[in-house]
Design a protein around this ligand. Sequence first.
Ligand SMILES: *Cc1c(COP(=O)(O)O)cnc(C)c1O
Ligand SMILES: [Zn+2]
Length: 421
Amino acid sequence: MIGQTQVKCADCNGTYASDTSLSTCSSCSGLLSVEHDPDTATLKQLFDNRATKIGVGSTARERSGVWRFRDIVLDASDDAIVSHPEGNTPLLRREAVAAYAGVNGLLIKHEGHNPTGSFKDRGMTVALTQARRIGARAVACASTGNTSASLSAYAAHAGIPSFVFVPEGQVAGGKLAQTVAYGARTLRIRGDFDDCLRLARDASDKLGVYLVNSVNPFRIEGQKTIMLELLQQLEWNAPDWIALPAGNLGNTSAFGKALVEAHRWGLINSIPRLLAVQASGAAPFAQSFANHFAERISVRAETRATAIRIGDPASWDRAVRAIEATNGVVESVTDDEIFAAKAVIDQCGVGCEPASAASVAGVRALAARGVIHRDERVVAVLTGHLLKDPGGGPESDNTALTTDEALTLLERTVATAPNRR
Ligand SMILES: *Cc1c(COP(=O)(O)O)cnc(C)c1O
Ligand SMILES: [Zn+2]
């Protein structure tokens, strides 16, 4: 029947109704996936019509860059939807970044423009809407920082108590400040992210707390809209490549699912190739890709790009499917390459957090090797805002000056600046 949404286990084919409170399969612990059966004849028209209704009189169902696509995300009622609203992020062109990457028409999709400053809001609006639909009494997640900031904000809006588990000393200051300020119970754990995720899964199994880590299938549905919104911005002309940073692999999975579905349902004529980029100190997925995914690998993760400091990615299987279905590539780049790319992105006034810059660093690496051609149409996704993690870049010259010294410095700078008229 058209419009019927089901939740399916990818491993044992078990099916659940769309109001399930499970975040993994109850019979085999496999990852769940939300499957839709939309009326494809009208889909594109429907999405394009809604995109014009973003004024004051409209509801979150139209205003949000997630809920505009609800027919293939989660068709929740207006009063269930927990939205700030999110999405509607800009698609930018910056010559300096394109030149640095070595790709002429490089475009940047900046997900740092979401309400809490990262793409995590797109998944969280759907996860908290589902939490409300199932009457969850509390929600929880493990996080490298952005998930917890987002969970805290959306749980506050939904009026549902929230708990977050973060690795002590490994979360950037901006993210922790948000998490605490929005009101989540924030438990700092002596361990790394992978320990926190195990704890969150235990809490969900034993206490019935609704788990909203990226294993949660409804978060994946929300994150698909990064791709749907991008394709709509490109008037449904698919690019050749889409590059993104890869940590726990939720986004890689979501992008792959979105692109395959968009192609199957006639929204686009070709499937872009995914380029998932890891930090070389946290690159189990890239290592496995180099060996044709012969085995699942886990490592002890180490990188200054804390949002992708993950050694045992949770969404492994579905990310493998995403790379295979898009004829994708998984690459790794060093922290130095990540911070060099970030400096270029920052200095043209765009800015991003360190992990985000991995996408541009990855495009540059593949362009240098000739895997990506300079005339191909490439979009690099920036995942988080600069203010999330302002450290780690070049130190500013912060010696304080007297006002006289400052004036002298200005005079000298202005005198030697080129006349731009
Ligand atoms: C969560 C996050 C990532 C990694 O995304 P995954 O879905 O875990 O692979 C990358 N960048 C930022 C800024 C993030 O918050
Ligand atoms: Zn199963």
